[in-house]
Ligand binder design. Sequence first.
Ligand code: CU1
Ligand code: ZN
Length: 170
Amino acid sequence: MTTRREILCLLGALPVLSLVGCGESGRDAAADCSPLILTDEHECALCGMTIVRFPGPKGQACRRDGRQLAFCSVSDMLSWAWQPESGPNIAALYVHNLSHTDWDEPSDEHWMDADKAWYVVGHDQQAAMGHSPAPFSSRDDAEAFAERHGGQLFEFDVLDRNVIQEYAPS
Ligand code: CU1
Ligand code: ZN
């Protein structure tokens, strides 16, 4: 069934489009920046792969135009967010909170604001695309994870490509 939303998306250049949130099903994204529930319909906005069949914490972005993007990994979300053209468009970034859910099958009941998380970089766990920073709301949990799996703790503000290159070279 083709919905009105999909038709608007197919039509392309209507001004109303920025409010419709093409590519995401069943919600008025402009009015609601709360995290999506990921299904096997969602493809990573950076690499295009199906998101939910792989382990590791995922990421989401809500753009100022209301569009919501999902990512196969925290790593791909950060790569997108660090592109110069992305920055001004970001209204919110979310990551799975590993203080409350697990690495292998992170639950969509446990998203948190990306900029409030502690990240472990350089641990030994594999995410969808290889290494991915592991986000925790609790610093203690991040430290416990790093004791078990290796890696160093970083806050969002100091995380960048150089940190990833240094602590988790690909
Ligand atoms: Cu991927
Ligand atoms: Zn990806």
